[in-house]
Each structure stands twice: as structure tokens, then as C-alpha cells.
Design a protein around this ligand. Sequence first.
Ligand SMILES: Cc1cc2nc3c(=O)[nH]c(=O)nc-3n(C[C@H](O)[C@H](O)[C@H](O)COP(=O)(O)OP(=O)(O)OC[C@H]3O[C@@H](n4cnc5c(N)ncnc54)[C@H](O)[C@@H]3O)c2cc1C
Length: 388
Amino acid sequence: MSTVLETEEHKALRAAVAALGKRFGRAYTTDLFRDGEHPRELWEEAGKLGYLGVNLPEQYGGGGGGMAELSIVLEELGAAGSPLLMMVVSPAICGTVIARFGTDEQKQAWLPGLSDGSLSMSFGITEPDAGSNSHRITTTARRDGGDWVLTGRKVFISGVDISDATLIVGRTEDARSGNLKPCLFIVPRDTPGFTRTPIDMELQAAEKQFELVLDDVRLPAGALVGEEADTGLLQLFAGLNPERIMGAAFSIGMGRYAVDKAVDYARTRTVWKGAPIGSHQAIAHPLAQAHIELELARLMMQKAARLYDDGDDIGAGEAANMAKYAAAEACVRAVDQAVHTLGGNGLTREYGLASLITAARVSRIAPVSREMILNYVSHQTLGLPKSY
Ligand SMILES: Cc1cc2nc3c(=O)[nH]c(=O)nc-3n(C[C@H](O)[C@H](O)[C@H](O)COP(=O)(O)OP(=O)(O)OC[C@H]3O[C@@H](n4cnc5c(N)ncnc54)[C@H](O)[C@@H]3O)c2cc1C
């Protein structure tokens, strides 16, 4: 890769994270989900090495970089077969939102821990009756003396059991207009009234998804991220662009892992006189195509990260959506072709690729679905009218 796209520091970071990922590898991840465990050792080690907080401000123990660096970390761990899903949420969404909009107390309380991995946060926006339409969320916060009281439900929230707190997207009434506006609250895991139920997913992953109930959850004034007058969409978008960039990194890493496994297999598997199956173009071309599509998706991810890191939130919004779309599609096709390349072995536990079929499909749905990105590009970029 040319230095125009990545600096020498970026390349060194890629190599160092790849080495860490390789040390843990796919076997580490598959053992975890077999035993119902989560990747504590890898998380702690990545945190100690400064990889988890590489995007967070130096004055709070972070690396002082941005999404360009954080996306490299997640992509390389994924390419080694041991991705850390909670990186999408903890340093990327929550860390960014607190670093950009949090009060001094919130920054001091959370950023050093999010940087070194000793603290982690999950992120809850999705609601059962709102789904893709986040304008419809009904989790509401009302003032009660100096406190906030939060009521609502969330669904599919990842990693709540292993996070110290969840950043909950709710609404408050605007004192001037009376309209409900979005706001973010830090809700510690064991706050009374905040309950979670694991969702039985057909997904082999180390992180679980939860349905959450917030039943009159009483929070101190300092639980609201930032100052009341400043809450709003800007804060939310500050977190959602990094989420999309990291969604792309997750997909590209997984796709690369699958293609690598398939290429290794296709090089040596021989069922006709001396010719490995990789010499047949019906096997070679789709793998070449998958590789090209992943590289293209990475280019768009790098563009999105650059725009975001340069402070262009609007430009980054479009690019991050496109990167997430391209990466998810490339990942789904790469995994499908990888499984196919291994024939029957593609479906065995031993080769461990079939479980990626479900995992790859997640990237088409979360954090924002393929259709909502196509809607965004239709309306925002192409100026076409809305159907809904
Ligand atoms: C593994 C996993 C982890 C997740 N982790 C988190 C998390 O940590 N935090 C969090 O907040 N959420 C999380 N989510 C939720 C995720 O963001 C949502 O599932 C996603 O936004 C889609 O919402 P939905 O499932 O309600 O689907 P729906 O909104 O019900 O959509 C269903 C289908 O209809 C399509 N559709 C909907 N509206 C339109 C439209 N206007 N035009 C065209 N098509 C449309 C969608 O694209 C989709 O294919 C996670 C989900 C999964 C699967």
C-alpha cells in the first residue's frame, strides 16, 4: 500500500496488531464462544499496548490518533480471526462522544479507562418499535429535582454484561420549544431499574446481545453527556460515523480472514491430475474478485476515516455509510466464496468457516442496514424523493 494512503506509522501499527492477532488467532475466538466466554485476555492486552484507545486524546491516556488508526486495529485483529466487536462501541462510539462532548468530570472518569481497556461501554440506540427508524425512539428522560429519570426499552444491545456502563440514547424535552430532542446518558451496569435479558441469537460470537428495560432509572445530573443546552443530533452523529467506519473495518477484517483461508486451501487441494483447485478459474476468479472488493471497501473506509479525523462530519457521514455498505457486501461475498472453495470442509467445525456465514450477515444489518444506506445515498447524495 502506498504512503499516500498510509504513513509508515500506520504500516507499523498494522504489522504490530497483526502479530498480536496472530498470537491469539481464530482458535482463541472459537474456544470462547464454545465456552460462553468473552475475549478478556485479548482485550486487556490490546488495551495495555495502547491499541484500544489509539483514537482517544493523549491527555486522557489515549494515543492521540483518530479513526484511521482505530480502524486499522480492528481490521487487523479481524484478519487474524480474532476481532473485538466491542471496539466498534467502546472506544469508537462512546469514547468519541465523551471526548468531543463530555464534561471534564466525564472525560476524567471514563477516557483513561476506555483508553487502556480497564473500562468499557456498550451503546444502546435500537428499540423494539423503532428499529431502523431511530427518529421514532421513545426512551424518555424527565427531570426530577437534580436527577434524571429514564424510561424505555432497547433491543439487540451488544456486550451489556461485560461493560461498566451503557451509553443510552434517549430524548428530553427541549425547555424552549417543548420538542423532544435526542440526548445520551451514561447508565452504569448495576443501576436499579436497569435490567437486561440475553437474546438467543443464532450467532457464534463472544459478545452477547441483550434486550434492556429501563424502568424509572434514576440517574444523577452528571449522567447526561455534556451540558443540557448542547445535547442533540450533533452528539449522536459524532458517534455514529465512527461506528460505521468501524463496522466497515470489522467486515473487511472478516472478509480477509475468509479469503486467506480459502486461498491456502485452494493452493494445495488437488482432486484432478496434479492441478490444485485454485488453478481452476471458477475457483480463482471469485476469490480474486472478493480480494478486489475488500480492497475497494478499504479505500472508502480510509476516505471516511480521513474526512472524519479532519473534522468534516458531513463529508464523513456520506463516506462512512458508503464504506460500511461496500465492506458488508464484500464481506458477505468473500465468506460465501470461501466456504464454497472448501467444498464439504467449508461446512465442518474443523475448518471453522461456516459460522462466519451468519457473522457476515450481521454486517448487512448492523449498525445500519444495507437498505437504510441505500436510502441515505438515494436521498442525500442523489436527491431522489423519499418513499417513507
Ligand atoms: C449482532 C447484532 C448486534 C447489534 N448490536 C447493537 C448495539 O450494540 N446497539 C444498538 O443500538 N443496536 C445494535 N444492533 C441493532 C441493529 O442496529 C439493528 O438490528 C438494525 O439497525 C436494524 O434494525 P431492526 O433489526 O429493528 O430492523 P428493521 O428496522 O425492522 O428492518 C427490517 C428490514 O427492513 C428493512 N427496512 C426497514 N426500513 C426500511 C426502509 N425505509 N426502506 C427499505 N428497507 C427498510 C431493513 O433494511 C431490514 O432489512 C445489533 C444487531 C445485531 C444483529
